[in-house]
Design a binder for this molecule. Structure first.
Ligand SMILES: Nc1ncnc2c1ncn2[C@@H]1O[C@H](COP(=O)(O)OP(=O)(O)O)[C@@H](O)[C@H]1O
Ligand SMILES: [Mg+2]
Length: 286
C-alpha cells in the first residue's frame, strides 16, 4: 500500500502491466510519444520490452486514438516484415493497438552508441598513457581514428555489421526514419557460439555482438532510393555528432558492407552524395 503511494504512475500504466500476474515493470525510457518498459511475457523468465503510447491530453481524443492505433500497427507490421526477411530486429510477441501497446522480445546488451563511446574512451586512455612515456610530448587534441591500428579492427568489424544490417533492411523495402547508434542494440554473442557473419572481434570484446535494429516508430515501407539515402545520411550525421573521432572511417566502412548486403546500393550511394550536398548547402545558408 505504502509502496504504491510512493510511486504513483503518471500517466497510468497500460492495464496489462497492472494485472496481478504481471511482473512489475521497469520504466526504461520515456520519450515524447512512447514509453518503454521492461517486463515479462508469458513466462516469468521471458523478458519483454513493452512499448506504450499513452493518450495525449493535448490531442483530440478520437484523433489521438486513431493515430496511436495506426502507429502501433505500423511498427508491428514493419517488425514482422523485417523478421520474415532475416533483418535483425526484436520479435513481436503481442499487440493491442487500441490499448496503445506492443510487446516485443527483450534484446540484451547495450545500445551501440554506448559500446562505441566506451571503446573510444578506452582507446583514448591508451593513447594518453603512451604519450606520457614519450618525453616532451604534450597532449593535443584526439586525432581521428583512421583504422590503421591493429586495435581498430573491432570497430571496423562492428561498422561492417551495421552496414550489413541496414543493407538487409533496405533490401526488404523498409526505411527506418530515425537511424542512429541509439536505435541499434549490440546483443552479446552467446558463449561458444560463433558470430553469425564471421566478423569476430579480436580484442577485449567491448564491441562484440550482433546488431539488432530497434525503434521503428518512424519507419515506413519504401523502396525509394531517395528515402534510403536519407536514412543513410541521418545515420552518418548522427554518427558524426556522437562519435566524431571515427566519422570518416564510419562512412567508408559502412558503404562497403552496405553494398555487399544490398544489390541496389550503388544507386542509393549516388543519391547519398546529392543528399550530402543539400545538407552542406543548408548548413552554409542557415
Ligand atoms: N526490444 C528492446 N529490448 C531491449 N531494450 C530496448 C528494446 N526496445 C527499446 N529498448 C531500450 O529502450 C530505449 C528506447 O526505446 P526506443 O524504441 O528507441 O524508443 P524512443 O522512441 O523513446 O527512442 C532504447 O534506446 C533501448 O535502450
Ligand atoms: Mg530510440
Amino acid at each position: 500500500m505504502a509502496a504504491e503511494q510512493e510511486a504513483p504512475h503518471d500517466p497510468p500504466l497500460p492495464p496489462i502491466l497492472t494485472y496481478p500476474s504481471s511482473t512489475p515493470p521497469t520504466l526504461i525510457t520515456q520519450g515524447a510519444e512512447a514509453r518503454l518498459y521492461k517486463t515479462t511475457y508469458l513466462l516469468p523468465s521471458l523478458p519483454c520490452a513493452l512499448k506504450y503510447r499513452p493518450p495525449k491530453a493535448w490531442r483530440h481524443p478520437i484523433l489521438d486514438a486513431r493515430l496511436t492505433r495506426h502507429r502501433i500497427l505500423a511498427e508491428a507490421r514493419v517488425l514482422a516484415r523485417c523478421r520474415r526477411d532475416d533483418v535483425p530486429v526484436p520479435a513481436v510477441y503481442a499487440v493491442d493497438e487500441s490499448a496503445g501497446w506492443l510487446a516485443m522480445e527483450w534484446v540484451g546488451g547495450v545500445p551501440v552508441r554506448v559500446a562505441i563511446n566506451e571503446w573510444l574512451a578506452r582507446r583514448r586512455r591508451g593513447e594518453l598513457e603512451e604519450n606520457e612515456n614519450k618525453e616532451g610530448e604534450v597532449e593535443g587534441d584526439a586525432p581521428p581514428v583512421t583504422g590503421d591500428k591493429e586495435e581498430d579492427k573491432d570497430l571496423i568489424a562492428l561498422m561492417r555489421r551495421i552496414g550489413a544490417a541496414v543493407g538487409r533492411m533496405h533490401k526488404t523495402g523498409i526505411v527506418h526514419g530515425d537511424l542512429t547508434t541509439s536505435n541499434m542494440m549490440l546483443r552479446p554473442w552467446e558463449k561458444g557460439s560463433a558470430p553469425s557473419n564471421g566478423h569476430a572481434g579480436s580484442g577485449d570484446g567491448l564491441l562484440d555482438g550482433d546488431i539488432v535494429i530497434i525503434d521503428f516508430g518512424l519507419a515506413s515501407q519504401s523502396t525509394s532510393d531517395e528515402d534510403r539515402a536519407v536514412d543513410l545520411y541521418v545515420l552518418e550525421r548522427a554518427f558524426a555528432s556522437t562519435h566524431s573521432r571515427a566519422e570518416k572511417l564510419f562512412s567508408a566502412t559502412l558503404e562497403s558492407s552496405y553494398r555487399e548486403a544490398f544489390k541496389q546500393a550503388n544507386i542509393v550511394l549516388k543519391k547519398l552524395e546529392e543528399v550530402r550536398m543539400r545538407g552542406r548547402k543548408r548548413s552554409m545558408i542557415g
